[in-house]
Design a protein around this ligand. Structure first.
Ligand SMILES: [Zn+2]
Length: 476
C-alpha cells in the first residue's frame, strides 16, 4: 500500500524447515550432509545453493567414516521423527535479483524458485509500461498479466523494469540517475498470486546489484553478503515491499523504542537526516503506544527535486521530500502523518478514505500534543483552523480525501474521540478504535469504523450518521 499525501493540509506551502523428511534414510542423511534441514528459515544458502538431490535409490557409503555415518544415522532418525511430528510445512525458496543500471534506466530482474515442490501456477500482475521483455520457460503473457507454471525443482523468469516514473504533477516518485536510485521494491517486483498447497510456504531473499561504490538500503535485514532477508508474516508468497534507496547515500540510524530506524538520502548537504532522527526519537515512542504493532524496521528516504514534493508512505518505509518541514506552520507534521499510515496499514474504499487520511492527520497532531511538541492551546488552535477549512468541503463520503475533506475529517474524529472518552468515563478513547483498525490492517469501511467507535463509546454516535458525514445536515 502506498499513500500519497502531497501537502494535503498545507495550503500555505505548496517449521520449521522441513523437507517433510518422509523420504528414505539415504535422503535424510544426504540432506543433513549437504545443507538444508537444519538451516534457519531465511537461510540464504538455501536459496543460492539449492541442493541437487541425488536419486532416491542412490547408495551412499562413507569409507573410513563409519562412526561419523552412524552418528548421522541417529541424527537423521531423530530429525525424521521430529519432522513427522512437527507436521507438514514445506518450504521452497524465492530468490529475487535486481541489477540497477543508471545508464539504461532499467533494473534487470530475475526471479528464481527452488525447492522440491513449487507452486503450480503464479500470476504476475504487471504494469505494461514498466515491466518489459519478460522471458522464461512455461510463461504466457497477456497485456498486464503473465501466467507462469514452473516445472521441476528450479525455475526462473527475467524481465526489465523501467525505474523512472512520474506522477501527474510531473514530479518523480521513482528515479535513477548516475549517482543514486530511489524506487519501491513492490513496484519493481509486481504483485504475484501463487497457487500452491496450503502447507507449501516460501522463504525469500533480494539481492541488488549496483554500480561500484553504491550502497543499497531497504527495510529488511541484510546478511553478511549484503543480501536482504525478506519477511512478510502471514504471507505464503513473499515478495519485497517498501521503499529502496541505492547509490552514494548518507544515512543516520538509531534504534528508537525497539524500531531500527534509518534516515537516508543521496549524499549532499542540507538534508536534515540527524534532525529527522531526533524528531523521531521523541515522537515515535508516543505513536507506538497507540500502534504497538509498529514495524521493527523503518526506512525513511529523503531527496530533493525533481522528486515528489510531499510524502509517500510504503511498507515499513516512507519517502519525504527534503524541503518539507518536520512541523508545518499550521502545526501538523507531514512526517508524522506518513508514519501513521505506515503504522495503520489501512486503506479506504469508495467512501472511507476520510477515515484513513483523518486518522493520519489527527494522530500527527495528537502525537505532537502528547509529546509536548505543541501546547494544548496550539493543539486547539490547529483544530479550529482545520474546522474552518473543512467547511469548504462538507461531504466526507468521497473516494479520495485531501485538503478540506481531510481537515473536516479531523474535526469529526476529534468529536468522536471526546464522545468516547466522556461516555466511558475516560476509560476508552479513539485510541482503542484506531488500535483495533491497525491490528487488522487492510480495508476499512464506514460501517466497520462506526461499529468499533460505538462499541468503544457504548452507545450510538450521531457524529457518524451518514447525514452528518455527507454534510447534508450542515446544508439544512
Ligand atoms: Zn495521507
Amino acid at each position: 500500500m502506498v499513500r500519497q499525501c502531497h501537502a494535503k493540509l498545507l495550503p500555505a506551502l505548496s517449521t520449521k524447515n522441513t523437507h517433510s523428511l518422509t523420504r528414505p534414510f539415504e535422503f535424510s542423511i544426504l540432506a543433513l550432509l549437504t545443507l538444508p534441514a537444519v538451516k534457519p528459515c531465511n537461510s540464504r544458502s538455501l536459496v543460492t545453493e539449492p541442493v541437487d538431490f541425488m536419486p532416491h535409490n542412490t547408495r551412499i557409503t562413507f569409507p573410513g567414516r563409519t562412526y561419523f555415518a552412524a552418528i548421522l544415522l541417529i541424527l537423521a532418525s531423530v530429525f525424521a521423527v521430529t519432522g513427522a511430528v512437527a507436521g507438514d510445512k514445506q518450504y521452497y525458496d524465492i530468490q529475487y535479483k535486481a541489477r540497477l543500471d543508471p545508464e539504461s534506466g532499467l533494473a534487470d530482474v530475475e526471479i528464481t524458485l527452488a525447492g522440491e515442490q513449487l507452486p503450480s501456477k503464479l500470476t504476475l500482475h504487471l504494469d505494461p509500461s514498466r515491466h518489459q521483455n519478460l522471458e522464461g520457460e512455461f510463461l504466457t503473457r497477456e497485456s498486464d498479466e503473465a501466467v507462469w507454471t514452473p516445472k521441476g525443482e528450479r525455475a526462473s523468469i527475467r524481465y526489465q523494469f523501467v525505474i523512472d516514473a512520474k506522477k501527474s504533477s510531473g514530479r518523480y516518485d521513482s528515479r535513477i540517475i548516475d549517482k543514486w536510485a530511489i524506487l519501491r521494491s513492490d513496484k519493481m517486483i509486481p504483485p504475484i498470486s501463487a497457487r500452491a498447497p496450503k502447507q507449501l510456504q516460501s522463504r525469500a531473499t533480494l539481492a541488488v546489484e549496483v554500480p561500484r561504490k553504491w550502497n543499497v538500503l531497504a527495510p529488511y535485514t541484510k546478511d553478511d553478503d549484503g543480501i536482504f532477508q525478506l519477511r512478510d508474516p502471514g504471507r505464503r508468497f513473499i515478495r519485497p515491499k517498501g521503499w529502496m534507496i541505492a547509490g552514494r547515500i548518507g544515512s543516520r540510524q538509531d534504534v528508537i523504542d525497539g524500531t531500527e530506524t534509518v534516515v537516508a538520502a543521496p549524499l549532499g548537504k542540507n538534508i536534515r537526516r540527524q534532525d529527522t532522527l531526533a524528531f523521531l526519537s521523541w515522537t515515535l515512542p508516543e505513536l507506538k503506544k497507540v500502534f504497538p504493532q509498529f514495524p521493527n524496521k523503518l526506512l525513511i528516504v529523503m531527496a530533493r527535486d525533481p522528486m515528489w514534493r510531499g510524502g509517500l508512505s510504503g511498507t515499513r518505509s516512507l519517502f519525504m521530500h527534503a524541503d518539507r518541514p518536520l512541523i508545518s506552520g499550521n502545526r501538523t507534521s507531514s512526517l508524522l502523518h506518513e508514519l501513521v499510515h505506515v503504522a495503520t496499514g489501512i486503506r479506504g474504499d469508495h467512501e472511507s478514505d476520510w477515515i484513513v487520511e483523518g486518522i493520519a492527520e489527527y494522530y500527527s497532531l495528537q502525537t505532537l500534543r502528547r509529546t509536548k511538541g505543541i501546547s494544548e492551546k496550539r493543539f486547539k488552535g490547529a483544530l479550529k483552523d482545520l474546522a474552518a477549512w473543512g467547511r469548504e468541503s462538507p461531504n466526507l463520503l468521497v473516494k479520495r480525501s485531501s485538503g478540506p475533506i481531510t481537515a473536516r475529517a479531523v474535526g469529526v474524529l476529534h468529536e468522536v474521540d471526546l464522545e468516547i472518552q466522556q461516555s466511558s468515563g475516560g476509560k476508552r478513547s479513539l485510541d482503542d478504535v484506531v488500535k483495533a483498525l491497525a491490528k487488522e490492517r487492510g480495508r476499512v469501511t464506514v460501517r466497520k469504523f462506526r461499529t468499533l467507535a460505538e462499541e468503544a463509546a457504548g452507545k450510538p454516535l450521531a457524529q457518524l450518521n451518514r447525514e452528518n458525514l455527507s454534510g447534508e445536515n450542515l446544508r439544512k
